[in-house]
Structure formats: C-alpha cells, structure tokens
Design a protein around this ligand. Structure first.
Ligand SMILES: *Cc1c(COP(=O)(O)O)cnc(C)c1O
Length: 386
C-alpha cells in the first residue's frame, strides 16, 4: 500500500476544539468578545492600527473596493495569476479588471503596472503569491503618484515578512484569508488590516460589513435600553462569528511557535532535494522579503501542459496530491466571455503550464516530504523529463 499524502489538510489541535466548546457553552456564539480579542491580537502581530474580521477574504477585498469608491466605469489593476476571488470582486463592483502579467516571482510585474494605469484606474490589487510579498513600497509609490489606492490580496501571506515587518503594514489595505486551506484557519474567515489614523474608514467598513447598522448585536445586548438602531447605509452581511474567532485564537497561539516553523521545515526539505538544474524553486527569502511558506510552487523546465498533467495523475496514483496554482483567471470560460485572452499574458501562461504545487502542511512529517520529493523525481524520470 502506498502512503496517502493529502495536499493541505487543516491542523486542528485540542486547543481549537476546547476553544470552540467554550464559546458554544458561553451563551454568545456570533460576533462578540472572541472576535474582539482576535482583532486585538492581530493588530499587535501585524503592527497596524486597525483590524476588522470578516467571514472571508473575498468579502474583505470587496469591502475595500467599496470604501475606496470603486464602481461602474472604473478600472482596477490586478494579476491574472491568482484565484478568481481577486478579480470577481472587481466585477461585483461594476468595475473592469485590468490584468497585468506577472514577473518571475509569480507576482504582478512592477515594470508593466505603470503602463496599465489610465484616468479610470481607481485601485491596484497585488497578490502575495504563495505567501511571498509583492513589491509593496514600489507599488504604493506608484499609487501615490497617480492618486489611486493600494489593496493587497494577502490571502496567502499571513506572517510573511517585508523589510523586517510583518505583511499588512504598507499597502492602504491588506486582506488575509483564514479559509480552511490557508496557513492559519478559522474554517472560513478573513481580515482587513490597515494602518491609517482615519477612524472614518474603520467605521465605514464595520458598517458595511453588517447591513449598515449603527450598532452591532453585541453592543445592543450589552447596553441597557438599547433596542434602537439605524440603518445608515445599504450594507452587506460579512461578519465573523465568535465560533470562528475561537478557532482562530487557538491557531494564532500556535502560529509562530508551531505552524510556521513546520511549514518552513517542509520547504527546506523540498529545496534541498529539488535544487537541480531542471527546476525553478519557489521564491522564499531575499534580503527584504520572506514568504509565509504557504505554497511550494515548483516550476519544471521543458515540461509542457500535457506531461505536467500526466505527472499529477501518476503522482495521484501513488497517493500523492499535487495541485496547480493557478489556472490564470483569464483562461476561465466566464472571463473569456468578457473578452480576455491568455495570449496577452505570456509569462502567466508559461508559468501555468510548467507549475505543480507540492503538499505543504504543518502536520506533514519530514519523511513524507522526502517521499514526495523522491517520488516526484522518479515520476519525472519515468516521463523522460529528467
Ligand atoms: C483563498 C484566496 C482568496 C479568497 O479567500 P476566501 O477567504 O476564501 O474568500 C483570495 N485570493 C487568493 C489569492 C486566495 O488564495
């Protein structure tokens, strides 16, 4: 029997389970004290002034675009090398996604962003692919030059390092995801973090996240004779529950000590075994940046789409789950219908057809990572790629 190596199972310890039980027994299960506590911890961790927890990163990206005022007729620049959430929210605002191809670190290419800026551009959303930070300072200064806002899709990069600080500090808004496959999970969840003194932005985000209601349920519950509230804006329903925050608080406690170092150890094993001529290893550390070790995105030289797909199939037969990050957004039917064409993004296409993501998760054993890397090499020999 082969070993079964999943791609990215969640790492839930007794601590998460105890925390959830405590909340379930507490009498308060939706947004309340646990969400507040988690927000305060994230503020300190990211070194930012404001955090708002939500039910997903998608909701967070959407709300950021809303408070920036993105609407009909506007353009938002982003990368095609991402999950569709990044660009779907632009379309939900009635605006047009303008895709800019990536560079060789999988992230939006700085050299081509400026050419894509027009009078209609309202914002740029970069993606920290695989947990490796985008060029925050450079993108922010471009945004300042043209009077547009900078939103970072940091769904992958909670805990990543940029110039000695945690991701979250530099862009106008940074959005993390706590979805089940992400580094730190609340099952479903997300956060917007930002370092502005403008209290109005936080107020507006909180309002929009909960139907535009002037008081949330917990405030009403805790204030006497406080049945009265007003709907100040036509808002949405994006709040995080205390049950989710309870999972997040346990994950957070284990994150720096346990979860992140273990992911890093898996990366190191892959880097050692796969440090070969035929591979391009994922970016993970430079003098200015360090990844959050979210995805081990390996590029294989001279492979091509067909053999890459065969590789994934054969590895699956051996019990090893690989993945591809990403099918460029513009290759999906819904985006093709809007007129986008992958031939306009040659680096994204080249990257896509040569990429496989290897399993990385905090409970993964060192032997399992060695097994994956060795089976990968064997299979590539079978396929005459090596
Ligand atoms: C997971 C992911 C999202 C969406 O996160 P949710 O919390 O599931 O909404 C957005 N962008 C990228 C790059 C992602 O990987």
């Amino acid at each position: 029997m082969n070993k079964k190596i999943p791609f990215s199972p969640p790492d839930i310890s007794d601590k998460e389970i105890e925390n959830v039980i405590e909340v379930l027994k507490s009498g308060w299960i939706t947004t309340g004290p646990k969400v507040k506590e988690f927000e305060e911890k994230l503020k300190i961790y990211c070194g930012v002034k404001n955090v708002i927890l939500l039910n997903s990163a998608t909701a967070g990206l959407f709300l950021c675009l809303k408070v920036v005022g993105v609407g009909e007729g506007d353009e938002v620049i982003t990368t095609p090398y991402t999950f569709a959430a990044t660009s779907n929210v632009i379309l939900h605002c009635g605006a047009k996604p303008v895709f800019v191809d990536i560079g060789d670190d999988f992230n939006i290419s700085l050299t081509t962003i400026e050419k894509a800026i027009t009078k209609r551009t309202k914002a740029i959303i970069s993606v920290d692919f695989g947990g490796f930070p985008a060029d925050y300072d450079e993108i922010l200064s471009l945004c300042k030059k043209y009077g547009i806002k900078y939103i970072s899709d940091s769904a992958h990069s909670f805990g990543a390092i940029y110039k000695g600080r945690k991701a979250g500090l530099i862009p106008d808004f940074t959005v993390f995801s706590f979805h089940a496959v992400k580094n730190l999970t609340t099952a479903e969840g997300g956060a917007i973090v930002f370092n502005s003194d403008d209290e109005e932005i936080l107020r507006k985000l909180k309002l929009l996240a909960l139907h535009g209601q002037s008081k949330d349920a917990f405030t009403k519950y805790n204030t006497s004779n406080s049945w009265y509230y007003e709907i100040e804006e036509i808002g949405y329903k994006f709040n995080m529950t205390d049950i989710q925050a309870a999972i997040g608080l346990a994950q957070f406690e284990r994150y720096e000590k346990e979860i992140l170092p273990r992911r890093k150890a898996i990366f190191n094993i892959y880097n050692e075994i796969l440090n070969k001529e035929n591979f391009i290893l994922p970016p993970f550390k430079t003098t200015e940046k360090e990844t959050s070790y979210h995805l081990y995105a390996l590029r294989i030289k001279n492979i091509g789409e067909e053999i890459r797909n065969e590789l994934i199939k054969r590895m699956a037969e051996k019990g090893i789950s690989l993945n591809v990050h990403y099918i460029p957004v513009v290759m999906h039917p819904a985006y093709k219908k809007l007129g986008y064409n992958i031939t306009d993004y040659p680096v994204s296409y080249r990257t896509y057809i040569s990429e496989v993501s290897l399993p990385v998760y905090s409970k993964m054993k060192v032997e399992d990572a060695e097994y994956v890397a060795k089976e990968l090499l064997n299979t590539l020999i079978e396929l005459k790629v090596l």
